[in-house]
Design a protein around this ligand. Structure first.
Ligand SMILES: *Cc1c(COP(=O)(O)O)cnc(C)c1O
Length: 418
């Protein structure tokens, strides 16, 4: 069973100051997740998590993660600017962009970020833009084909399609990029790949690590490039459904360690650091979208209308993603009603849940939509003139802090030319 980190009493109290809908993040959970990740990879001297800013771009969150030893993974100008203002600098910033404008490379370089090149053509583009290449640089790898793990009768445990993904370089291009970067003055190299998203498997990172470690050994032998780090990127997932198993980050870290001992150490690359760029794993379970039931409708189906909509959390509307829902105060009541829980957009995909067994919902009930802490608020949009909600932080000692105010109509109209 998924348990909210907020009680009904707490939510009612918060609602007096900050009306629903709002996103709320759990500081205690965020710190615990970061500590578990760091412990799982403590065997690796240079280990660092670069939190994927796009998952939850909020200074309060980034500062907590920085206190836990994390860096940031940015992919746009504003993400770099936010990270800079939060105090991240130099190698605390990874810049993993694609189709990158020159001004973003310039800012990344000015901040001393580690630049992760998505394409072979970016080697010369970077050189032409900066007038040099940074001493430390990373290249993104794409092995092509399909990536699968754990075949069973039900299919593959993990399946994704790198051959159809726009990211990264082929093996030959990566080799070429390293040679060229070295000739242009680069000294320390990293290899990065993101092969599957939201994996529920303790084998994803170890399998990915094996591929990248082998590649590192090969590239290092062929080019003499000094491999300083392997970036396993994001993709370690979370169980959105209550019946899914949870990843065990300690087991994952141990699996990567074994691959490291088997491949990197014999290849003379035992000093290399492991980097991660997790977003979802770090934040998704540590955020709730909190909303109030405001309308019920009985037609061909039973509908519960809530004051949040897809503008606050797009994943169900665009991916058909499951997000668990708890009706606060009714945690132990039987789920003997079947509802579609819907938002107010003029868009029929605006449904947080379809045919969901839930306890009887009364108007005014407060609902927690789980696992909204990553790729939740940040994917929000202003369709239908809907305004983005507030973001709140539930601090470790129990108080609540506003970390982003709700938008007002003035915000919505601010960019218009009347
Ligand atoms: C989105 C992204 C991540 C984070 O992915 P999660 O699924 O949230 O772990 C990491 N690295 C890069 C380059 C990304 O684009």
């Amino acid at each position: 069973m998924k348990k909210p980190f907020l009680t009904l009493a707490q939510a009612q109290e918060i609602k007096k100051t900050y009306p629903t809908p709002f996103h709320i993040y759990d500081e205690k959970g965020i710190r615990a997740t970061a500590r578990a990740l760091n412990a799982a990879f403590a065997w690796n001297k240079g280990f660092k998590e670069y939190f994927a800013v796009k998952a939850t771009p909020n200074p309060a969150i980034l500062k907590i993660l920085r206190e836990e030893g994390c860096g940031v993974d940015c992919s746009s100008l504003t993400e770099l600017m936010m990270s800079d203002r939060c105090g991240f600098s130099g190698h605390e910033i990874m810049f993993s962009s694609n189709e990158t404008p020159a001004e973003e490379f310039l800012l990344a370089d000015r901040l001393g970020a580690i630049i992760n090149l998505d394409d072979l053509t970016h080697v010369d583009f970077l050189y032409d833009t900066l007038g040099h290449v940074p001493e430390t640089v990373c290249c993104r790898f794409n092995p092509g084909g399909t990536f699968t793990l754990g075949e069973s009768k039900e299919g593959f445990q993990v399946m994704d399609n790198p051959g159809q993904a726009k990211y990264g370089m082929t093996p030959d291009q990566l080799l070429e990029a390293f040679k060229r970067l070295k000739a242009l003055g680069a000294k320390w190299f990293g290899i990065h790949a993101f092969l599957a998203s939201n994996t529920i498997s303790n084998d994803y990172y170890p399998a990915l690590a094996r591929i990248l470690f082998q590649l590192a050994a090969d590239v290092s032998a062929k080019t003499g490039c000094d491999i300083a780090f392997i970036n396993l990127s994001g993709g370690v997932g979370i169980p959105y459904r209550p019946d899914q198993p949870e990843n065990d980050i300690a087991v994952i870290g141990e699996g990567v360690r074994r691959a490291f001992e088997e491949i990197m150490v014999p290849a003379g690359l035992g000093e290399a650091a492991i980097f991660t760029e997790l977003g979802r794993f770090m934040l998704a379970p540590n955020g709730h979208l909190v909303t109030t039931a405001v309308h019920e409708k009985h037609i061909w189906k039973e509908y519960i209308g809530v004051d949040a909509c897809a503008a606050n959390l797009m994943r169900p509307a665009i991916y058909g993603a499951y997000h668990h829902i708890t009706v606060l105060g009714k945690e132990n009541e039987p789920c003997d009603h079947v509802y579609d829980v819907v938002g107010s957009l003029c868009e029929n995909s605006d449904k947080f849940a379809v045919d969901r067994p839930l306890p009887r919902i009364d108007m005014g009930d407060i609902l927690v939509i789980h696992d909204a802490g990553a790729h939740g608020f940040s994917m929000g949009y202003n369709y239908n003139g809907k305004l983005r909600s507030a973001e709140l932080l539930l601090k470790e000692e129990g108080s609540v802090e506003l970390i982003r105010r709700a938008e007002t109509p003035d915000d919505y109209f601010a960019t218009l030319v009347w």
